[in-house]
Design a protein around this ligand. Structure first.
Ligand code: NAP
Length: 485
């Protein structure tokens, strides 16, 4: 058997490291240097079919195992991820660009996710429901959904697959994973760890390849009972349409456009620090990144000055270098989109307080300077489209109801942030904001044990938390008639 660490990184299907059936390969690029760092097998629909069939064959034995036995593989995977965190974090930085400290945090969060679902799988309880007629009894059983197709983007390549693999396997499902084409390398490494942790053949499979082909196989092959997708709202909608034919189960984690709202009772300089932490993490390429900053007019000046000072302090560079806090954007197109977004805002009247352009300090790499803008209006593209960029537009407001209306004035509803020390204000905002995730004085809200997902066009269903396990379970209702005694 070939190993995944040979010079060509292979896919993992039915317990084997394999090349693409038709021999295709793809180069993976380091966004800091623009160099090809590895070649991966680049499969096709045929490989996706092989993987689904393997997952289908593996499912009866996997679902018959006790939750305790399934948990052993997940828990060992968590342990290995922690032991090798430095190694896999380096791979993540090389292919995605984020600074090493952020990569390591992603790996440790993924390990926690594996561990948490290893335990939560033991709590897939049914219910006994009180009866209304003497001879009848009612109960529910939990049953795994079936084979899952899991598609994820490039911004958190490990974490976003961990949020699918861990609950699916804990629930007794088997899975075929398709990572983003630009960031497959750390997934190959994760699969090596899962194999070492005792993953049986066919239970989890890795297919790298063109999205449309693989998604079509997931949609049209009846063996695949559920698609779990993280990515853009546009692709989420296409999958939803395609899933209707076979009534496939769907979990959709989609785009966002999060407001960050600063009230005048709390220190605006502290608020600016929290805002900058949330905004420039992973270069703003985060689904829950704050992307519209509404600051009360009484503190707007202080907040903006502090935010500019904090943004200027951030060290931009190759994520592998010590002390770097912001890496390159993940691909050339993302950087060009950011240039266009800022140009559009400038044309419509925005003022650049810092940044606003591609960094000229680097000969290679997709580096964009952390940017703060004011004089913002609702016509600018960065207010209407998900920006996914290191750009911080600051607006002011004067009344709570007015800012709730502005914050909710979007088709998205993923995350929202509130900065205040006033409990009544925080409570009104929690009730009024249309967002699945709300951070109160907290810019990085995700934890494995709490539900994560969006309202409106930001998605369907929740990952993480007990809800994240339920997403891979069907409820069977059983009515039982007792013999007369
Ligand atoms: P994208 O274009 O939708 O791609 C995401 C994944 O879907 C990749 O694996 C991609 O494969 C695949 N894909 C592309 N076209 C597809 C198609 N027609 N059918 C099926 N799969 C397809 O998203 P992106 O722009 O790269 O990623 C950023 C988006 O993800 C943002 O909107 C962000 O907000 C969202 N996101 C959401 C969450 C959340 O939890 N809500 C988390 C992170 C990111 P290839 O790479 O092979 O093209």
């Amino acid at each position: 058997m070939a190993t995944a660490t040979a010079s060509l990184r292979r896919m993992f299907i039915d317990g084997q490291w394999v090349a693409a059936e038709d021999g295709r390969t793809l180069g993976v690029i380091n966004p800091a240097t623009e160099e090809v760092i590895a070649d991966v097998a680049y499969g096709s629909r045929k490989d996706a079919r092989r993987a689904l069939e393997a997952a289908h064959r593996a499912m009866p034995a996997w679902m018959k195992l006790s939750a305790w036995d399934r948990a052993k593989v997940l828990k060992r995977t968590a342990d290995i991820l922690r032991e090798r965190a430095d190694d896999i974090a380096r791979t993540l930085t090389l292919e995605q660009g984020k600074p090493l400290a952020e990569s390591k945090a992603e790996i440790l969060h993924s390990a926690d996710t594996f561990e948490w679902f290893a335990e939560e799988g033991k709590r897939a309880y049914g219910q006994v429901i009180p009866h209304s007629q003497p001879g009848k009894r009612h109960l529910t059983l939990k049953h795994p959904v079936g084979v899952v197709g899991a598609i994820s983007p490039w911004n958190f390549p490990i974490t976003l697959q961990a949020r699918k693999i861990a609950p699916a396997l804990a629930a007794g499902c088997t899975i075929v994973c398709k990572p983003a084409s630009q960031t497959p390398l750390c997934l190959v490494q994760l699969f090596e760890y899962m194999v070492e942790a005792g993953l049986p053949a066919g239970v989890a499979n890795l297919v790298i390849g063109p999205a449309q082909e693989i998604a079509d196989e997931f949609l049209e092959n009846p063996v695949c009972r559920k698609i779990s997708f993280t990515g853009s709202t546009e692709v989420g909608k296409q999958l939803m349409k395609g899933a209707a034919d076979q009534m496939k189960r769907l979990s959709l984690e989609l785009g966002g456009h999060a407001p960050f709202i600063v009230f005048p009772d709390a220190d605006p300089e502290v608020g600016a620090k929290i805002a900058v932490t949330g905004k420039f993490r992973n270069n703003g390429q985060v689904c829950i990144a704050p992307s519209r900053f509404y600051v009360h007019k009484d503190v707007e000046k202080k907040f903006t000055e502090a935010a500019v000072a904090e943004a200027k302090k951030l060290k931009l560079g190759n994520g592998l270098e010590a002390g770097v806090e912001v890496g390159p954007m993940f691909e050339k197109k993302a950087m060009e989109n950011t240039v266009a977004l800022v140009d559009d805002a400038k044309k419509r009247g925005a003022r650049v307080l810092t940044g606003g352009k591609r960094s000229d300090r680097f000969e290679k790499g997709y580096f964009f300077e952390p940017t703060v803008l004011t004089n913002i209006n609702g016509e600018m593209k960065l207010m209407t489209e998900e920006p996914f960029a290191p750009v911080m537009p600051v607006l002011d407001f004067s009344k709570l109801d007015e800012v709730i209306r502005a914050a909710n004035n979007t088709r998205y509803g993923l995350a929202a942030y509130v900065f205040t020390n006033d409990l009544s204000v925080a409570w009104r905002m929690m009730e009024g904001l249309e967002a699945g995730i709300i951070g109160v004085n907290e810019p990085v809200p995700a934890v494995p044990q709490a539900p994560f997902g969006g309202m409106k066009e930001s998605g369907l269903g929740r990952e993480l938390g007990h809800e994240g396990l339920e997403a891979y379970l069907e409820t069977k209702y059983v009515a039982l008639r007792l013999r007369d005694s």
